[in-house]
Design a protein around this ligand. Structure first.
Ligand SMILES: [Fe+2]
Ligand SMILES: [Fe+2]
Length: 141
């Protein structure tokens, strides 16, 4: 998975964090492509989980800071990520779970960035930022 401009939410810090998630995921893809084995995949997925946890905490904090109401609903989408990854990892005990893992991570990341984050907070945060800018501008003039 590669970063595309269409993934940008217009909030630089969030875009950078999403780039970090995509970067970790592409490292998982690379290990699968080079048949690196499940242990290497597992450790990279653990790293991805750590990056994801920091990102989710940041986002949920941002939403609370701006008083965005559906933070608990958004948080459920974040927790689903961990639940589903754990479920897929348990499938690896029974057989190959690599394609299931890649498909889930790709779809979750794409939908999270393009749909959930945009819908649940990005437009609101950007709208509020414009109001603040206008007010600061008016106060200064
Ligand atoms: Fe996000
Ligand atoms: Fe999110």
């Amino acid at each position: 998975m590669k970063w595309k401009n269409e993934y940008s939410l217009g909030i630089e810090e969030i875009d950078n964090q999403h780039k970090g998630l995509i970067d970790k995921f592409s490292q998982v893809e690379e290990i699968v492509a080079t048949k690196g084995g499940w242990m290497k995949i597992h450790y990279k997925v653990v790293e991805l989980g750590q990056v994801a946890r920091r990102h989710f905490d940041f986002e949920e904090g941002l939403m609370r800071l701006f008083g965005i109401p559906n933070v608990e609903e958004h948080k459920k989408g974040h927790e689903y990520f961990f639940t589903k990854v754990a479920e897929i990892e348990s499938h690896s005990l029974l057989g190959s779970a690599e394609s299931e893992l890649l498909q889930f991570l790709y779809e979750w990341l794409r939908d999270h960035i393009l749909v959930a984050d945009r819908r649940d907070y990005a437009e609101l945060v950007l709208g509020l930022a414009h109001v603040v800018k206008a007010e600061v501008g008016a106060a200064a003039s």
